[in-house]
Design a protein around this ligand. Structure first.
Ligand code: HEM
Ligand SMILES: *[C@@H]1O[C@H](CO)[C@@H](O)[C@H](O)[C@H]1NC(C)=O
Length: 336
């Protein structure tokens, strides 16, 4: 009796065990179909791809310095909105609004230079390298051009077919958003507090248009602003309702506007941050300790920045057979 019941329970055990093994194998097969991102994905299909991108970035940067700000900002605006899928680059169509035309994208520029890189890559290897990878690698090389660290990044992303303009506000914080909400949005992607503090260091370069600042100047000057910085801001933004066509802006970092460096942290500790979110980063108890540490230690800033950019660049990519390799970065391929 005892021995037969134990042998039948062995049988049950074996069946369950084999079932689990089979399920495990099935999962592995699924994983094989979704290869994920890897280093140097194009080493066989287009061995020169990364060199062509690096060379184009250097050439374009020489002629149009501010295009590097755009490459850096693009990685945030594309990858943080659900996926690094180059959806940011799609133009408006009859059916859908482009992400580029939403309020969060205000000031994004220089898309034509991404097209220049794509064209150079297409000449060598037509329809092999995704716009999503070109966007990410141009950010990697743009960061170096701006004096930032070299961050090795994986490739193998494919391009999405549709704009995500209807959800950008869920993923991209506004200029005046609270720190806790900013931390939540980045936290959902796996980026922790020092990672967020480091990413905002991107505001060490480039510019901010008056429309995003005037709330801190009119009808009265935000008392939290450093009074030494106010006259400059008022001079650059003389109207409480800026003329949208006048292209009025303030440089993010007056001392080293072209350098990705930790001067941003000294500025915001000194209450010279332009956006409300920049100011709060230095004054919220959750983020202030990291701001202080990055202000003192550029290596620490670069280390955290590299870690956070890596996570951002790997946010939910389309790989394997998902998505497509776009022929032109601003339009999805036609279906037959
Ligand atoms: C809380 C998150 C963030 C908010 C609310 C925010 C908001 C803004 C705003 C309002 C501007 C000014 C745009 C203009 O007037 O032309 C700007 C510029 C910029 N942002 Fe952010 N940003 C955030 C995070 C990031 C991140 C994570 C990066 C990159 C890693 C980034 C990179 C840049 C760059 C490089 C510029 C200058 C662009 C130029 O001069 O063309 N930002 N940002
Ligand atoms: C943030 O700024 C926008 C205008 O850019 C404004 O409509 C909104 O009310 C502001 N939000 C807060 C919380 O102040």
């Amino acid at each position: 009796m005892a021995s037969s019941s134990s042998s039948s329970s062995w049988c049950v055990f074996l069946v369950v065990f084999l079932g689990l093994v089979a399920a495990g194998l099935g999962q592995d097969q699924d994983r094989d179909e979704e290869p994920g991102l890897v280093m140097n994905f194009y080493k066989d299909s287009c061995p020169q791809a990364e060199d062509i991108i690096t060379e184009q970035v250097k050439l374009l940067y020489k002629r149009h310095k501010n295009t590097a700000f755009s490459w850096l900002r693009n990685i945030f605006h594309d990858c943080a909105v659900q996926s690094c899928d180059a959806s940011l680059l799609l133009d408006t169509t009859r059916r859908t609004l482009s992400e580029k035309e939403t309020d969060r994208s205000f000031g994004l520029r220089n898309f034509r230079y991404l097209d220049t890189i794509k064209e150079a890559v297409e000449r060598e290897c037509p329809e092999v390298v995704s716009c999503a990878d070109i966007l990410v690698l141009s950010a990697r090389d743009g960061i170096v051009a701006l004096g930032g660290p070299y961050i090795p990044l994986k490739t193998g992303r494919r391009d999405g077919r549709k704009s995500r303009s209807d959800v950008v506000e869920q993923y991209l914080p506004d200029h005046n958003e609270s720190i806790s909400s900013v931390l939540d949005k980045f936290g959902a992607m796996g980026i922790d507090t020092p990672g967020v503090v480091a990413l905002l260091g991107a505001h060490s370069v480039g510019r901010t248009h008056c429309v995003k600042l005037v709330q801190r100047l009119y009808p009265e000057v935000d008392p939290a602003l450093n009074p030494d910085h106010v006259p400059h801001m008022l001079k650059k933004c003389p109207d409480s309702i800026p003329d949208p066509k006048a292209v009025q802006y303030v440089r993010n970092d007056r001392a080293t506007p072209m350098k990705l460096d930790n001067n941003y942290y000294r500025n915001i500790l000194d209450s010279k941050g332009l956006l409300l979110v920049d100011h709060q980063l230095a004054h919220d108890p959750l983020t202030r300790p990291f701001v202080k540490k990055m202000a003192k230690n550029q290596d620490y800033f670069f280390k955290e920045f590299g870690r956070a950019i890596t996570i951002l660049s790997e946010n939910n990519p389309l790989t394997g057979s998902k998505g497509e390799i776009r022929k032109q970065c601003n339009v999805a391929n036609k279906h037959h």
